[in-house]
Design a protein around this ligand. Structure first.
Ligand code: SF4
Length: 155
């Protein structure tokens, strides 16, 4: 990972504002850039039926019409207060691991927050080496899983 960061920093030094999947996503976006399966896009499968995404088709799991609404970001109490904007927010994994479309598993959140932390480290390097270059600010947070944040908010 550190070698990839070095490549990125060298590119910036040369004036190339490149992007590296996941690692730099959070530096460039101001809001959720998730998969949005079922919310902004759906899959028309070879069997002629609609699915939330290809994963649901491959596992032959159809979502009933009223359930589609539960894939929306606004219906996920945890994701909507989260700022790991690079996270896939995979509704298929949600359903597999928590049985709910709108409840992420701890594993998914921990992974995304590890990525977020890595990008924060990269941002520190950017600020140190290129103070005049502006990227999106990533705030320090005191949790690794946004579920903890929601539990504090709800008291
Ligand atoms: S890290 Fe967790 S809470 Fe944040 S967007 Fe991803 S799945 Fe949702």
């Amino acid at each position: 990972m550190q070698r990839v960061e070095t490549i990125f920093l060298n590119q910036i030094k040369d004036g190339h504002f490149c992007e590296i999947s996941v690692l730099t996503d959070r530096l460039y976006v101001e809001g959720m850039e998730n998969c949005f399966a079922g919310e902004k896009n759906i899959t028309l499968a070879p069997d002629g039926k609609y699915y939330t995404c290809p994963a649901f088709y491959y596992h032959r799991k159809r979502v009933q019409e009223p359930e589609f609404v539960m894939t929306r970001l606004e219906r996920s109490p945890v994701c909507k207060v989260c700022d790991a904007y690079q996270c896939e927010r995979c509704v298929y994994l949600n359903k597999e691991r928590t049985l709910e479309y709108n409840v992420p598993s701890e594993l998914q959140c921990l992974k995304s927050h590890r990525e977020r932390k890595r990008t924060m480290h990269l941002q520190e390097e950017l600020e140190k080496n290129f103070p005049s270059v502006n990227f999106m600010r990533i705030a320090e947070v005191n949790y690794d899983d946004p579920c903890q944040k929601v539990m504090w908010m709800w008291g």
